[in-house]
Design a protein around this ligand. Structure first.
Ligand SMILES: NC(=O)c1ccc[n+]([C@@H]2O[C@H](COP(=O)([O-])OP(=O)(O)OC[C@H]3O[C@@H](n4cnc5c(N)ncnc54)[C@H](OP(=O)(O)O)[C@@H]3O)[C@@H](O)[C@H]2O)c1
Length: 307
């Protein structure tokens, strides 16, 4: 099969398109013919070796954890999926080796769900990792009806889902983004505020008594600002900054979860959750996709089109 290959840690420059053996399909797994692979910041963070202390990596590796595609084969004990089923997955395995930037990927059934028919292949590939992160963050800080939640980086992959899901829960959402994304945030149902100096005052002008919960996808200055507008720090969750935990909140890592992913797919099919695809690039331009992602300006998702 054709796949993006990385022989060593590094940046976009170490990614090449090459041939790898087709993956084997172990018991518990399905083989997915990849239609599209979502790009996430963790892909290039892993690729650079930032997570080396925590995840086993066996070079050569093929990056990528997000996928949409069609089941091409099933493992011996798999009865819940059949050849031809359309699926999505957050295919994070126990070690880093055979990712989704490829024509084929094997995935344990615990990592996948049925593809929402309402989404096209590229939209569907943008849903799993960022959607699950947003979903699990809102659960973690118990966002409920009538509450106000501050989402830092509300226009990004995770933030755009967190904003929509919080609105669906009946919450009022204040989202941070640069000016160019303010109309986009309004479209998602949020009240936009610009980040940077004066953020605390801008949030306070909207909610003088502060917010009930915070979902942070930025870290650093956004944690400092959150401290000023939140009183119960147990309702602070950050997906990037360990200081959230020191303050009594949570630093969270998304977990693959087929039930959560199925619920996200249901919401997408019901027209309640949208996937915003900023850029689609062909598989062979994975390096360019990483460069764009590293700029930190993505609105919604970047996706690689594979077939
Ligand atoms: N722990 C986990 O499980 C987990 C899961 C997913 C992601 N993450 C991490 O969470 C972070 C966000 O992921 P993502 O996929 O959402 O990234 P992303 O899509 O690349 O985020 C891009 C967005 O960030 C916004 N942004 C940049 N600087 C900002 C700032 N200072 N304040 C507010 N917004 C800012 C940009 O908006 P403007 O263009 O308007 O500036 C842009 O829309 C990454 O570091 C990622 O690795 C962690």
């Amino acid at each position: 099969m054709r796949a993006i290959i990385q022989e060593q840690y590094g940046g976009p420059e170490v990614l090449t398109l090459g041939e790898r053996p087709d993956p084997k399909v172990a018991p518990g797994e399905v083989l997915i013919r990849v239609k599209a692979a979502g790009v996430n910041p963790v892909d290039w963070k892993l690729g650079a070796g930032y997570l080396d202390a925590m995840m086993e990596t066996q070079f050569p590796i093929t990056p990528g954890w997000d996928v949409s595609g069609v089941v091409e084969a099933v493992g011996l004990d798999v009865y819940d999926y059949e050849v031809g089923d359309e699926v999505i997955g957050y295919v994070r395995k126990d070690w880093v080796q055979n990712g989704t930037y490829a024509e084929l990927v094997a995935a344990n059934v615990r990592l996948i769900a049925r593809k929402p028919a309402a989404l096209d292949w590229t939209e569907a590939a943008g849903l799993p990792l960022a959607g699950l992160t947003a979903y699990q963050c809102l659960d973690r800080v118990r966002v409920g009806e009538g509450e106000t939640v501050l989402v830092h980086a509300a226009a990004g992959g995770v933030g755009a889902f967190a904003t929509q899901l919080a609105v669906l829960r009946g919450a009022r959402v204040i989202g941070t983004a640069s000016e160019r994304n303010h109309d986009f945030l309004r479209e998602l149902g949020a009240e936009p505020v610009s980040y940077g100096e004066g953020l605390v005052e801008r949030v306070r002008s909207l909610v003088p008594n502060g917010v009930d919960a915070v979902v942070d996808c930025v870290g650093g200055e956004s944690i400092d600002a959150s401290r000023e507008v939140l009183s119960d720090f147990s309702r602070l969750v950050s997906v990037v900054d360990p200081r959230a935990e020191e303050l009594g909140g949570a630093t969270m890592w998304v977990r693959p979860n087929a039930a959560d992913l199925t619920e996200l797919a249901r919401l997408a099919d019901a027209g309640e959750l949208r996937v915003f695809v900023d850029r689609v690039l062909p598989l062979e331009q994975a390096a360019e996709a990483w460069r764009l992602s590293m700029e930190g300006r993505t609105r919604g998702k970047i996706v690689l089109s594979v077939a």
